[in-house]
Design a protein. Sequence first.
Length: 206
Amino acid sequence: MANDGVNEPVNTGRRRFLTATTAVVGAVGAGFVAVPFIKSWNPSARAKLAGAPVTADLTGLQEGQRLVFEWRGQPIWIVKRSKAILDALPTLDGRLRDPESTNKEQQPEYVLKGNPEFRSVKPDISVLVGLCTHLGCSPEMVAEIKPEPYDPEWKGGYFCPCHKSRFDMSGRVFQGVPAPINLLVPPHYYQDDNTIVIGLDPQGAA
């Protein structure tokens, strides 16, 4: 045949069209892929509210009970402690790593006024961030004063089964456990006798 061994002439117009079409499709595809990432840069409504104060109603909270709320993505524990628990707290000082909560970053200063071992505005109401200060696990509340396998002299508190850290009912860490510091106390104030606002300090707070 006349054309054997001879290449057909290249249709340059068709090649330009295919190249341009491929580039456009690629750009459109990249655009669809980019949309989710761009949207992810804009904070969601929930994220915007994550740092907002949380109001908790304490009406009906009984001794030994715990309310759990979320603030800034963290569990906040509100516990009503019994007189027996409050009486036991000062007896634990010798077993604790930081009984007087000397690290100011662990709690607002106003919760240490009066009875520093309580770490609370009201003696019977404890407010804590419910995350172990070792690796961020969530400890179990074991509020009864009775011997436990991990402590025959247990006076109530929080036990983290993950790595055996222990805290008393004020969130103070025991000696000889992995957790390095006390449980944190978030800023908070009482709007009235039965309403607590988590995330804000009281006016005039130190």
